[in-house]
Design a protein around this ligand. Structure first.
Ligand code: KG4
Ligand code: ZN
Length: 371
């Protein structure tokens, strides 16, 4: 499934891009590419740092029948999609290859086979046009996603800030001094929060990925119906744990048997409430402990309606402000990669740099900052 600006949530502000009617000077635009997991994505930025093209091609339909991402299939589908996705992003920006002055690309963390497709495409593009290549950490992209200029303006977080990156592969807290300057102060000791959503969804027979489905059912359920545990809340430090909540759901199902209708809605709402509470309580408490007055929430699970509301509610209660990107920019996309690369890319373009980064390689694991 391909989403472009015009289609994304039916609103240019949500996709982070606005259609360009300008003609662009040669080598003035930034092309960003993301392929770390199962989304092939490209975005184009103009010299004002506005995102003027943003296309995401999701492979969810392909992996759904296997109940999770199949790495080999993901790589193959990236290969088939990438040229078309870049072409569409350029078209949306009203641009052509000669307008590109630098390319930013996700180099990790992620599935190596998937990363390599975007990375080698970017290298080839840069080699052919003699352009600088900027490697970007995927998690840095998620942290900087709220900085995207949208039709509604420029939502610059207040730095220093605390960032919660919460997705299918990660659940981490970062103390952020400024864009790109991070210390990871908390992480999950077992499952990522999105992984817990996906595993619970699978157990309930609701398919993959499960976050959005559970979010939908939870709207009709009672979050207080089942008292699932909130692990780690009483422990010092800022780490998370979600496998206990997931196991509690499995024990509940072993006890009561298959659930449907109202019982299913109640279970979804109670599970979601437990995960949202753990995330919100732990994040707000880490911000207070570190004296930070601003929280960034990003990654696929940041689409969750209850988490978005609860985080804002609990933070406001403590006088802390919150930035959360629109849902289309919480899940994987290339616009966030462009924003994270922007300062380095514009410096390289100003310096007139050419292609010199032959050695940039895919990294399956790559911390965003210090630990
Ligand atoms: O950031 P993302 O697109 O990919 C990774 O880097 O993992 O996040 C995907 C994850 C999946 O686990 C999915 O179930 C979860 O985000 N997700 C949600 C919602 N929408 C997506 N989780 C809870 N509520 C949602 N509305
Ligand atoms: Zn991600």
């Amino acid at each position: 499934m391909i989403t472009s600006t015009a289609e994304a949530a039916g609103d240019g502000a949500d996709s982070g891009a606005a259609h360009s009617t300008m003609t662009h000077p040669p080598r003035s635009l930034l092309l960003a590419i993301e392929s770390s997991c199962d989304e092939t994505a490209a975005a184009v930025f103009d010299s004002e740092q506005s995102c003027i093209g943003n296309v995401v091609c999701s492979q969810i339909d392909i992996h759904a029948r296997y109940g999770g991402v199949v790495p080999e299939l993901a790589s193959r589908n990236h290969v088939m999609a990438i040229a078309d996705v870049v072409r569409r992003a350029l078209d949306e920006a009203g641009a052509d290859q000669e307008h590109i002055g630098a390319v930013a690309v996700t180099a990790g963390p992620g599935l190596v086979g998937s990363l390599l497709v975007g990375l080698e495409f970017a290298k080839g593009f840069c080699f052919a046009h003699d352009l600088p290549l900027i490697e970007v950490n995927h998690l840095d992209g998620h942290i900087q996603a709220p900085r995207l200029r949208t039709a509604q303006g420029f939502d610059e977080p207040v730095w220093p800030a605390l960032a919660l990156v919460v997705s299918g592969g990660h659940t981490s807290l970062y103390r952020c001094e400024a864009p790109g300057d991070y210390t990871e102060i908390g992480w999950t000791l077992d499952d990522a929060a999105g992984e817990a959503f996906d595993k619970v969804s699978k157990r309930l027979g609701l398919g993959y990925p499960g976050g959005a489905v559970i979010d939908g059912l939870a709207k009709k359920g009672d979050p207080a119906a089942i008292d699932f545990p909130r692990p780690m809340l009483k422990k010092p430090g800022h780490h998370f744990s979600f496998s206990g909540v997931k196991t509690a759901v499995a024990y509940h199902l072993d006890r009561v048997g298959a659930v449907e209708g109202e019982a299913l809605n109640d279970l979804a709402a109670s599970f979601q409430e437990a995960v949202a509470e753990i995330l919100a309580i732990r994040t707000v408490s880490a911000a207070r402990k570190h004296g930070l007055g601003h929280i960034i929430v990003s990654g696929g699970v940041a689409c969750n309606s209850r988490l978005r509301a609860l985080m804002k509610e609990r933070a406001a209660h403590r006088g802390i402000t919150v930035s959360v990107p629109p849902p289309g920019l919480c899940t994987d996309n290339a616009a966030m990669i462009g924003v994270a690369a922007w300062a380095r890319a514009s410096a390289a373009m100003r310096a007139g740099g050419g292609f010199a980064q032959h050695r940039v390689n895919a990294r399956s694991s790559w911390f965003a900052g210090r630990r």
